[in-house]
Design a protein around this ligand. Structure first.
Ligand code: G6P
Length: 369
């Protein structure tokens, strides 16, 4: 087993560090920047159907559902197709409205999640076209779908999903770009910019991983906290949910992810000097707004750990701890901003003596409902 861990103490850490490579693998042969071309064999046959869909419904569970939320922002923004993101377990039992003009995208690392599989069968029976995004080749979901794209992240052993998430987001970004260019909603210059930026992501993830030592120090300070709040807006809102989920799963600390602006409708009541608040506040279209949210937290003496874009001066002057990540387009930011959150949850869990790779009560793939 120690050989399989490749010198890392846990599979989760190994998988976190594999991300520059796994992200590259997930776009290999699909992003051909020199010829400004995007290719996805699984998509090609269904490209017209996808591009002409009245609506895209995304079904998934857990971390894959968070990747689905990122896809909602991407597809609506770049391709202007309405997207709904559903927990497979709710979707399957609530008599949903599905027509033949709908495309259902099912996202699953394992390809074996019972609720997601059942949601697919339901949508199929109503005539929808089903597209799968799976990591495990030949899995039940990969077989049950009409078409799909594999994420090629390689085997993920740690129960808490890390590299599968970033691979899912990469593939969904490519799909949003393909649809946007096909529908003419994404200008060619913008498409080319995004392609170049996506190509530079593995190197930027590598840079984000260099934050490890700094994150170890922050983890020391907060390892005994009993609650955490994670805030983000826009593309970083699903990342806030994912950061909170990672912490809950492996460290057993209660954590909540929230859209930063929604904090005033509830979670703000929880904030006092004991409450660590992780704010993902990178330079994007909601930056000014999240600056105010950080001020709101500081006014109530919360401890702010801010994830910011390199070179930012404003948030560092207000936050207690600052983690700087490389700059990128807001469309791609989840691929970078999630990295420090994965490391934070990992180190806190290790310091608390938790079984990081096999947390209590959780399974890698949930094949029962
Ligand atoms: C389990 C795993 C999670 C995963 C979820 C969905 O709860 O512990 O890490 O996100 O299932 O799994 P899937 O394989 O469908 O992505």
């Amino acid at each position: 087993e120690s050989i399989e861990k490749g010198g890392y103490e846990h599979f989760m850490l190994k998988e976190i560090y594999e991300q520059p490579r796994s992200i590259l693998d997930s776009m290999r042969g699909r992003l051909v920047a020199e010829s400004s071309h995007l290719m996805m064999s699984g998509v090609r046959e269904y490209e017209n159907k996808l591009a002409n869909a009245d609506r895209i419904i995304i079904v998934a569970c857990g971390t894959s559902w968070h990747a689905g939320l990122v896809a909602e922002y991407l597809i609506e923004d770049l391709a202007r197709i309405p997207v709904e993101v559903e927990y497979a377990s709710e979707f399957r039992y609530r008599n949903p409205i599905i027509t033949e003009k709908d495309i259902v995208i099912a996202i699953s690392q394992s390809g074996e999640t019972a609720d997601t599989l059942a949601a697919i069968e339901l949508a199929k029976s109503k005539g929808a076209t089903i597209f799968g995004i799976c990591n495990v080749v030949g899995s039940s979901i990969a077989r049950a779908t009409d078409a799909g794209a594999y994420t090629h992240a390689g085997p993920e052993i740690g129960v808490a999903s890390t590299k599968a998430f970033t691979a899912q987001v990469t593939v969904l970004t490519l799909i949003a770009m393909i649809l946007g260019s096909k529908r003419g909603t994404l200008e060619t210059t913008k498409l080319h910019q995004l392609m170049a930026e996506l190509e530079s992501i593995p190197a930027k993830v590598e840079k984000a991983l260099e934050l490890n030592d700094q994150i170890v120090k922050i983890s020391e300070l907060f390892k005994d906290a009993t609650n955490f709040l994670y805030l983000g807006r826009g593309y970083n809102f699903p990342v806030a949910l994912e950061g909170a989920l990672k912490l809950k799963e492996i460290s057993y600390i209660h954590a909540e992810g929230y859209p930063a602006a929604e904090m005033k409708h509830g979670p703000i009541a929880l904030i006092d000097e004991q409450m660590p608040v992780v704010v993902i506040a990178t330079k994007d279209s909601s930056y000014e707004k999240i600056v105010s949210n950080v001020q709101e937290v500081k006014a109530r003496k919360g401890k702010v750990i801010a994830i910011v874009t390199e070179g930012d001066k404003t948030i560092p002057s207000m936050a207690d701890y600052v983690i700087e990540i490389p700059e990128t387009s807001e469309h791609l930011m989840p691929l970078l901003s999630v990295i420090p959150l994965q490391l934070l949850s990992y180190h806190i869990a290790v310091m608390r003596g938790c079984n990081v790779d096999q947390p209590r009560n959780l399974a890698k793939s949930v094949t029962v409902e």
